[in-house]
Design a protein around this ligand. Structure first.
Ligand code: FES
Length: 161
């Protein structure tokens, strides 16, 4: 089985919890930090380390939306769907992005450059409709402005930045 985390890190992590079941969430978080998502192999790995039935790990990964089951693109695009942004056109923004990128919510473009997600309030309601790309906030955005931003991001990926 593939060794995802260094043995020393796993030992340290397990030492912080009273039992192996309690270490499941932190272990999955550590795996996701390293790999970007939780693969089927990673689920097997976590189950083996914690001596849990693989179905228990599957259940946790499937239940908590914080765990990604597919690799994320280089740029994670979050479109705010909360009230201020919804009133000022987040639906139009989302539809524009779906069409432009050719993907749905929770999906990643085939070139692995962009992942599209919706989000709750991004805490910049005065800039609605707001979009976050990785850790950068944009708002208020229009479809045209997003096209320009995405072209810049695409160029950055193409040039290896
Ligand atoms: S409602 Fe969109 S940023 Fe607050």
């Amino acid at each position: 089985m593939q060794q995802i985390l260094p043995k020393k890190e796993v030992k340290k992590l397990l030492g912080r919890y009273p039992n192996k079941d309690a270490a499941l969430m932190p272990l999955l978080r550590a795996i996701q930090m390293k790999e970007g998502y939780i693969s089927k192999e990673a689920e097997q790995y976590a189950a083996a380390i914690l001596e849990l039935h693989p179905s228990r790990v599957r259940e946790v990964v499937a239940f908590y939306s914080m765990f990604r089951e597919k690799p994320e693109g280089k740029h994670l695009i979050l479109v705010c769907e909360s009230i201020s942004c919804a009133l000022l056109g987040s639906e139009t923004i989302l539809e524009h992005l779906k069409k432009r990128l050719g993907i749905g919510i929770g999906e990643t473009t085939a070139d692995q450059h962009f992942t599209l997600e919706t989000a709750e309030c991004l805490a910049c309601c005065d800039q609605a409709p707001a979009v976050m790309i990785n850790d950068e906030l944009f708002g208020p955005v229009t479809p045209e402005e997003l096209d320009r931003i995405l072209e810049e991001k695409q160029k950055a990926v193409d040039s290896g930045q």
